[in-house]
Design a protein around this ligand. Structure first.
Ligand SMILES: *Cc1c(COP(=O)(O)O)cnc(C)c1O
Length: 410
């Protein structure tokens, strides 16, 4: 039997425990949805206030120069870089994730005009599927998108494959793919690979350099805690810079934006992937959000994340035996920082849990999804969450009329 006291003792010896103080979390809430929207941190407040009062209010338009607003996309990119194992100058913060995927897919397809297939995972996030098909249709040569069963990837790879688009961590199941092995297999067939790191960045250590990843992109508002709808990041390996073209050119990706020239000339480096003016307030939030990551190593985060998810799985097995199917892999090297449980009443269970202050989310058709962000979660939070789950299941609270109506955002 795992007790609440056991969990409390683990919190006392947790070397990351003090980081929780960086975050504002409502009283009485166990927040298991940081994989969907990370909470606000004091870094965000400090930096946003600074930009509002110290830069915008006083410097006005001068702040584009004096406060370094114009260089924020690359400056923040260099701050994200160590989180994914990239080198300085390889990461850019801009746009939303779907837009960055469009840029990378469009650019990559132009590099392999003699090949006509894009492989992706049939269970990929829907936005990734939509944008892959849309960019393939606009490639300028016939390109077919094949949404495959990812376990059959090795069989599907061939000389006709131009690009493979995969998400490293499955948003539904939490399964983590073998980034190194898959990248090598894709390269062996001469294709390019674009990794979506939406559920990886800030949650699991990554080394895109060692894995020889071509292109990647990830989310700002999930484990990076940069705020609702925050900009995303892209990675273009140095050897592809100057080769890969941005299919959505705009003035900020021009070599001389303030030359106001009528013909386009691509900026050097990763700046080529900019299109428009940097969203300074949103970037300020992201810059502040990244501060906390300087006080912890990715290895420390990973160790605590695995300890939290192991504890949760253990408690669910102990106290809710037979109620849920645990769909997230048990093996550490196949698990990221979330645990997904299958139950036919998941939708209502998640809402009943939210009423009890345990915030997770529901993913169609039957997944209760719980994210375990090691920056601010305590071991007792995991214990308390499972206690509330027991109450919801034993009391059949998911049958209550007030939880059976679904909200527009789940
Ligand atoms: C969250 C997520 C997205 C959506 O990103 P936007 O910034 O809203 O475009 C896309 N793909 C995956 C895999 C995601 O998890």
């Amino acid at each position: 039997m795992i007790t609440r006291e056991d969990c409390g003792r683990r919190d006392e010896t947790d070397e990351l425990a003090a980081l929780r103080e960086w975050f504002t979390l409502p009283d009485g809430v166990v927040y298991l949805d940081g994989n969907s929207l990370g909470p606000v941190s004091r870094g965000v407040r400090r930096r946003v206030d600074e930009v509002l009062d110290g830069e915008w209010a006083t410097g006005l338009v001068r702040s584009w120069n004096s406060a370094g607003w114009m260089t924020m996309p690359t400056r923040l990119g260099d701050q994200v870089a160590p989180l994914i194992g990239a080198r300085p100058g390889e990461v850019l913060v801009a746009d939303s994730l779907t837009i960055l995927l469009a840029k990378l897919i469009g650019g990559a397809l132009a590099l392999r005009p003699e090949r006509h297939v894009v492989l992706t995972d049939a269970r990929n996030f829907h936005s990734d599927l939509y944008i892959a098909r849309a960019m393939a249709a606009r490639a300028g040569h016939p390109v077919e998108v094949r949404a495959i069963d990812r376990s059959a990837l090795a069989d599907e790879l061939g000389p006709e494959v131009a690009l493979v688009v995969l998400t490293h961590v499955d948003f539904r199941t939490g399964e983590m793919l073998d980034l190194v092995g898959i990248t090598a297999a894709v390269h062996a067939c001469g294709a390019l690979l674009l990794w979506d790191l939406a559920h990886s960045a800030g949650a699991v250590p990554l080394d895109v350099t060692a894995a020889n990843v071509d292109f990647a992109a990830g989310c700002g508002y999930k484990y990076l805690n940069a705020g609702p709808g925050s900009p995303a990041f892209l990675y273009v390996r140095r050897s592809w810079q100057g080769v890969l073209e941005n299919p959505l050119p705009g003035w900020l990706g021009h070599a001389r934006p303030f030359g106001f020239e009528s013909t386009y000339e691509t900026a050097p480096g990763v700046r080529a992937f900019l299109t428009s003016s940097p969203p300074v307030l949103a970037l300020a939030a992201m810059e502040g959000a990244l501060e906390v990551f300087r006080h912890v190593t990715l290895e420390q985060l990973r160790a605590k994340s695995l300890a939290l998810t192991d504890l949760f799985i253990g408690l669910v097995e102990e106290r809710l035996a037979g109620e849920f199917e645990i769909v997230t892999p048990r093996e550490h090297d196949r698990r990221a920082s979330q645990v997904s449980l299958r139950h036919p009443e998941s939708d209502a269970i998640v809402r009943a849990l939210i009423e009890r202050g345990v915030i997770g989310d529901f993913r169609d058709p039957d997944i209760s999804r719980f994210g375990f962000a090691p920056l601010y979660l305590r071991y007792v939070d995991v214990f308390d969450a499972v206690e509330q789950m027991v109450a919801v299941i034993e009391g059949e609270e998911y049958r209550d009329a007030r939880v059976v109506v679904r909200d527009p955002v789940t």
